[in-house]
Write a protein that binds this ligand. Sequence first.
Ligand code: ADP
Ligand code: MG
Length: 315
Amino acid sequence: MRRIWMVFAVLCLLCTSCTPQAPLTQSFLALDTACSVKLYGGATEARLRMAVSTVEEYERLWSRTVPQSDIARLNAAEGEAVALAEETSALLETASAWMQETDGAFDITVAPYKELWETASAVPSEDVLREAGQRVGAEKLLSSPWRLADGASLDLGAIAKGAVADKLCERLKADGCTGALIDLGGNITALGRKPDGSPFHVAIADPRDTSKTLLTVAVTDVTLSTSGSYQRFYELEGRRYSHILDPKTGHPVENDLLAVTVIAPCGADADALSTACFVMGFDKGKALIDSLDGIEAVFVKTDGAAVPTDGVPFC
Ligand code: ADP
Ligand code: MG
């Protein structure tokens, strides 16, 4: 947790230093991470409270560890269909589409592997991973109505923060907010513009030293989602293992990437894609982003080289 707070503090600092008008700000813990909302033009305390309670509301709907959340009920239903909120159904549709599009690199059925690594006191054996793998895979999630096959369970950790940011932006916009910076555990969403009409400047931290800025982008109405192994990891037998798992093997990802930041108009897409690209590695990940209109990314390779796609809006 201390490490998460440090990264959070750095991101806050970097964002604040780029924005001259003082926003109305609230920092809070939600979604198992440090969050903040900064409201610019038209900021009110009531809007700030609405923002925090919106994040909490969707955490109650989508967290697998909150009893009675839609995801907890689906996981506990032993293959039976469960009535879900419309928003949950829509999010499962989006997640299913990215599971297909990324050839299973992004996979919300990865929970059995995650539980193994989370609770392990030693590196899980291949046999144990294979057994868990029988409960993982896109075909375990069935729709119309939504249900889970063969002891599968879901974890929306790789898409929920982006999706919650989308919901919050919808509400803030409907409420007349014209500018906000939302930080949900390092996933940054820029809603609208600063009061002077200029875009937000958001710094992307260097994964090798998060107190340093790798590059800065000028953005409006996008989410920047970063996936990497430097903020969250499992520590076993004196070694660090990524909290992002390869759904094909159950092993923590270890490849030619330190981090990926995806910039996309839809937060859920940015979040799912940053995880997927991190699993896919540089070549496949960059090819995927290059094939998608309106979506950009910055890949940081293990040698520290930052490789942006062509449309990254540097400032
Ligand atoms: P963070 O949550 O640190 O911002 P990500 O968005 O990449 O990072 O999500 C990582 C989380 O998603 C993990 O903690 C786990 O709950 C889940 N997860 C791990 N590997 C995968 C995967 N390959 N596909 C989908 N979800 C994953
Ligand atoms: Mg993600």
